[in-house]
Design a protein around this ligand. Sequence first.
Ligand code: 5GP
Ligand code: ZN
Length: 135
Amino acid sequence: MERSHSRFVYRCHLKIPGVDNDCLFCRIVAGEIPATVVHETDTTLAFRDIDPKAPVHVLVIPKGHHPDVASLARADPSAAADVLAAAAEVAEAEGLVKNGYRLLFNTGEYAGQVVFHVHGHVLGGEPLGPMLAPR
Ligand code: 5GP
Ligand code: ZN
């Protein structure tokens, strides 16, 4: 956290246990970076994607830091189940269940993962087209 005053700038080095201060999504969990939160449980947080790729685009994450869905499933299967349940709740709350939606976990470089705190993309609100761009 950085606060500027008229004459000086100081940094807050307060460490929150279980939070990776270099991780964007850990910082959203910690409330250090704002996000439009649509659903929260003890173990999960869901917020709108900053650059939506569909009329509804919500990211669902575990509050604990795990780099990808495979690591999460290995390290904390109960949190993995919580993420799936939260994604289902979000889909319901966003009115996506009747027409269907996509739940996507980009994993690693070839999938284009750019944030290495596991997140499921809940996408819907219009026909989403083919699963992958035509080759
Ligand atoms: P990935 O490619 O890693 O599966 O997806 C990362 C997603 O995070 C992208 O869809 C991107 O738009 C979203 N994103 C990146 N930075 C932020 C941010 O600061 N806030 C929110 N809400 N979403 C972000
Ligand atoms: Zn993190």
